[in-house]
Ligand binder design. Sequence first.
Ligand SMILES: NC(=O)c1ccc[n+]([C@@H]2O[C@H](COP(=O)([O-])OP(=O)(O)OC[C@H]3O[C@@H](n4cnc5c(N)ncnc54)[C@H](OP(=O)(O)O)[C@@H]3O)[C@@H](O)[C@H]2O)c1
Length: 246
Amino acid sequence: MTRNAAQRSRFLAGRTALVTGGTRGIGRAIAEALLLEGASVAICGRTVSGSAAAAGELTRLTGGDVAGFAADISKPEETSALFGTLDRQWDGLDILVNNAGLGVFRPAGEITVEEWQSVIGLNLSGPFYCSREALPLMEKRGGGHIIQIGSLAGKNAFATGTAYNASKFGLSGFSEALMLDVRYRNIRVSEIMPGSVDTDFSPRSGRAEWKIAPEDVAQVVIDLLCMPSRTLVSRVEMRPSKPKKA
Ligand SMILES: NC(=O)c1ccc[n+]([C@@H]2O[C@H](COP(=O)([O-])OP(=O)(O)OC[C@H]3O[C@@H](n4cnc5c(N)ncnc54)[C@H](OP(=O)(O)O)[C@@H]3O)[C@@H](O)[C@H]2O)c1
């Protein structure tokens, strides 16, 4: 995907965006990239202190318009309150990045009901709660773009992955059906499916230089938003060029 010089120049000025789980990792890199392109950005995490600290750091780094909110995206009432606040502030929303997620990796027989519910609640139900709140706000703006941060775990199952695989396979199905539902309302839905990304997401595999950088996922988000409105990139797979050999 290519962009000309004019498109690269703060092409999101005047647009509003919410990045769920923007306090660190991939979400934070996406928030930074959106700010550098001129968007007004809201991020959320589970705590007031974490969200405020990340927003402060992003302001310092980019000089952009960013606000941090505490909202547990796995809870529909907290999600609804967050979107109410954003709508009062912005009168609509242009971009939603459903990024917040967590992983629990243990054999199926060992995973608890609470762990299962926490993974499905955040990774699958969260994007549903956010997307349904976002649709009327995007319609106020004449359209919008919902970007789901899925995973290659949404097409490749692995041992210990029951809950995580189920959540990301489910997210893929949800995203595609949502895309078909809203495409004629000028709302685009895209899913990015990364392989291993260099964040603190998985303490077991740890940080490593061979992994995808969070900034590279952010670059794909920007590329998707640049695409002319006649074309919808509905799914992108990305993987480390040279993963560590087992
Ligand atoms: N890292 C990878 O290898 C990889 C690969 C493919 C896909 N992904 C996907 O990419 C997304 C981001 O992963 P990451 O690596 O950036 O993870 P991360 O570094 O662990 O960050 C997770 C983010 O989600 C937020 N969060 C956690 N629970 C939340 C909740 N209940 N409500 C709202 N926000 C919540 C966290 O904020 P607080 O802690 O401040 O609440 C944090 O900002 C996830 O959906 C993940 O499945 C990751």
